[in-house]
Ligand binder design. Structure first.
Ligand code: ZN
Length: 200
């Protein structure tokens, strides 16, 4: 990758190109945009990156990313202590929070079991989850994991380990998405929707 600009700007483009969703072409456009909006965008972005770099911590309770530890969600007394929502990644936690789906506690595993990629139970925060689930005030663990082979394998593995804890283990429903048309759904989703039908 080479541009008509100096090595410093080349370096900026190369770093931007490593971001997910940005290829070399969009990285060049982003760099040029930042340079044009130097005062308005580039300086605040650089400052925000520096603050994030200095302050970001991983919550030692749930694994969320925040500028405080315990994180804002773990420290919030208005949240339901009896329910733990288990997610694979921080991105999933943030998605559930955007949906304002539940006002409970979270636990980030740091991925899903994937023998082919060398991800075993020790690579994930599973032991910490089992310990949290044994707390007397916890009554439900919701497995909010991906509807993929790895996600469901992980869900089964955790469910087995939770047998000894006094908690109800639940998982997300699979089925017709909000606004979805049956004719467009794949067979797996349709079959899962029929299996998990509910009373009208
Ligand atoms: Zn936390």
């Amino acid at each position: 990758m080479s541009s008509a600009a100096g090595p410093e700007i080349d370096r900026l483009i190369q770093l931007l190109a490593r971001l997910p969703g940005l290829g070399p072409r969009s990285a060049r456009r982003a760099a040029l945009h930042l340079i044009k909006k130097r005062e308005l965008l580039m300086a605040p972005l650089a400052a925000a990156l520096q603050v994030a770099l200095d302050k970001i911590e991983i919550c030692s309770t749930c694994g969320n990313i925040d500028t405080q530890n315990p994180c804002t969600l773990c420290a919030d007394p208005r949240r339901e202590d009896s329910v733990i929502v288990v997610v694979a990644d921080v991105a999933d936690l943030w998605a559930l929070e955007r949906a304002q789906a539940i006002n409970a506690r979270y636990h980030v595993l740091g991925g899903t079991l994937s023998p082919l990629d060398g991800v075993g139970p020790k690579e994930l925060a599973i032991d910490a989850l089992i310990a949290r689930a044994h707390a007397p005030n916890v009554s439900e663990v919701i497995l909010a994991l991906n509807a993929t082979v790895d996600g469901q394998t992980t869900a089964h593995y955790i469910t087995d380990l939770l047998q000894g804890a006094n908690v109800r283990v639940t998982k997300l429903a699979h089925g017709v998405p909000v606004g979805g048309e049956l004719d467009y759904l794949d067979e797996g989703t349709l079959a899962a929707a029929i299996r998990s039908r509910t009373a009208f």
